[in-house]
Design a protein around this ligand. Structure first.
Ligand SMILES: Nc1ncnc2c1ncn2[C@@H]1O[C@H](COP(=O)(O)OP(=O)(O)OP(=O)(O)O)[C@@H](O)[C@H]1O
Ligand SMILES: [Mg+2]
Length: 299
């Protein structure tokens, strides 16, 4: 197919950041990467009749740039290994360890979970028998922070995530909406000041408007936290709005088929997503996915 008849837009033309948009400077030399995957393959139940390769030859790195935590979106079809990638970074079994290859965090091979990595899941994961306050304070309690101090910090975080420290702090999880529970989950992770925040479809169960509000909240908190965020999603719009970088995964066994760069949002989710350039980026990625599915014989 010639260039002129190709319906796929030229990525360089469509995805270049405008001058006022923030570009990511190169990392200083010699500094270990925040996260590094080198030829990572994960085969579940290896050596049995149920053997299944979820991801294959995944290689990428996220450089450690001072005062800039990137937001990396992992976008791909169901079952392509997105959660597997996240849990390998988290060091959670049985995803950890990889079958082949290396997963490193800040230059060290991942050996298991650590407080430098916080995780927020799609399903609500609060402790039902603890109040919002004690859920948010949980990690500090594990670290032995005295009660008054951990409650003070927890109240501050409850407010930062848009909940009411007076009205909501003493509620139990079953008294909260889905959006409120995810706010609690985010507060519970960020209170520990993780270097890396791993989010697995955290807004997937929310209604569309709440989802946009939560995207705005994440952008706001992330700018303050300076953490590197890995954000898994099925939603192209969510990935284009949130991601500095989008790793587009193939069908299983998942591997990165393309890395797309997008500018940082400087408007709310509702406003940004109404812009023509936003629709162009979404269209570009949708066409990539359609081409990939066609190639795999899915459509
Ligand atoms: N513990 C496990 N044991 C065996 N197979 C697994 C295990 N966890 C995941 N898999 C398989 O690996 C593949 C990738 O799973 P994973 O959960 O990483 O996909 P995903 O991209 O997150 O999917 P979704 O978008 O549906 O959440 C799937 O086919 C899944 O069935
Ligand atoms: Mg998943």
């Amino acid at each position: 197919m010639t260039q002129s008849s190709d319906p796929v837009p030229d990525p360089a033309a469509k995805l270049t950041a405008a001058p006022e948009e923030r570009t990511i400077p190169p990392a200083p030399e010699g500094r270990p990467h925040v996260v590094e995957f080198h030829n990572v393959t994960k085969t579940y139940a290896a050596g049995t009749s149920r053997e299944y390769t979820a991801i294959k030859n995944v290689t990428f790195h996220v450089a450690d740039i001072e005062a800039i935590g990137e937001l990396i979106c992992i976008l791909g079809p169901s079952g392509c290994g997105k959660s597997t990638v996240l849990k390998l970074i988290a060091g959670l079994e049985p995803q950890h360890p990889p079958t082949i290859g290396d997963v490193k965090v800040l230059g060290q091979k991942v050996e298991g979970p650590g407080s430098d990595r916080g995780m927020v899941f799609q399903e609500y994961t609060a402790f039902d028998n603890r109040t919002v306050l004690d859920n948010v304070a949980f990690g500090l309690e594990c670290r032995g922070v005295p009660r008054a101090e951990r409650h003070e910090q927890a109240r501050a975080w409850i407010e930062k995530v848009g909940l009411n420290p007076k009205k909501d702090a003493l509620k139990f999880p079953h008294e909260l909406s889905g959006g409120m529970r995810q706010r609690v989950a985010i507060a519970r992770s960020l209170i520990l000041n993780p270097r890396i925040l791993l989010m697995d479809e955290p807004f997937g169960a929310l209604d569309p408007m709440t989802r946009l509000r939560m995207q705005d909240l994440l952008i706001k908190l992330w700018a303050e936290a300076e953490a590197t965020v890995f954000f898994v999603t099925h939603s192209i719009e969510e990935a284009v709005f949130l991601g500095d970088r989008i790793y587009l995964f193939s069908n299983a066994p998942g591997t990165i088929i393309e890395e797309v760069h997008a500018p940082r949002p400087n408007k709310s989710a509702v406003e940004s997503q109404a812009l023509p350039e936003f629709s162009e980026r979404v269209k570009y990625i949708r066409q990539k996915i359609a081409a990939m599915e066609e190639q795999a014989g899915i459509i």
